[in-house]
Design a protein around this ligand. Structure first.
Ligand code: IMP
Ligand code: MG
Length: 173
């Protein structure tokens, strides 16, 4: 396993995250906004996004298991840790590191919708469109990326590389 060159630099991430936060701040002005981060991959993106949001906002997290230790999804999604707060009647944005097959988000959207939020939308840093298997509406998107396994900025391979300040890609040898 090898780490390759930078796919998306720290600077590009920072300026895109700022733009996304500005859009969210204007779209949700006057509304009760809760950002729900999907653990663990989204925590770095969430921390940066949150600090660029200029309206009142709350944060919660939900944990799912989908990939195990492989680079391909098993298609099985399990809820590992639920929200701490109630989202009924509130405006929710699900914050993801990456949408790949879409199975995780599709499961989460169905699950969270049963709790009757005022609205629920998706914000993801990365989108691997070519691999989509479940239809998920993505309202805020950082970057489209090709079908490569990427790491860094919260994303892992076997729990490693989350600390890289940029998005990089690895290839199996
Ligand atoms: P999906 O259910 O196939 O859309 O997968 C979503 C989850 O798989 C993401 O939240 C990531 O945690 C993980 N994932 C998908 N692609 C990658 C990748 O290229 N690198 C690291 N994690 C990934
Ligand atoms: Mg994830």
């Amino acid at each position: 396993m090898k780490t390759h060159k930078v796919l998306i630099s720290k600077t590009r991430i920072q300026s895109r995250v700022k733009q996304m936060a500005r859009k969210i701040s204007s779209d949700y002005r006057g509304k009760e906004l809760v950002l729900v981060g999907v653990l663990r991959g989204s925590f770095v993106f969430m921390a940066d996004l949150l600090r660029e949001i200029s309206i009142p906002v709350e944060v919660d997290f939900i944990a799912v298991a989908s990939y195990g230790n492989s680079t391909r999804t098993g298609g099985v999604v399990r809820l590992n840790q639920d929200l701490s707060s109630t989202i009924t009647g509130r405006h929710v944005i699900l914050v993801e590191d990456i949408v790949d097959s879409g199975l995780t988000l599709s499961y989460l959207l169905n699950n969270l919708k049963t709790r009757r939020p005022a609205s629920i939308d998706v914000c993801t840093l990365l989108d691997k469109k070519d691999r989509r298997r479940a239809r998920v509406p993505v309202k805020y998107k950082g970057f489209n990326i090709p079908d490569k396994f990427v790491v860094g900025y919260g994303l892992d391979y076997k729990q490693r590389y989350r600390n890289l300040p940029y998005i990089s890609w690895i290839e199996e040898e």
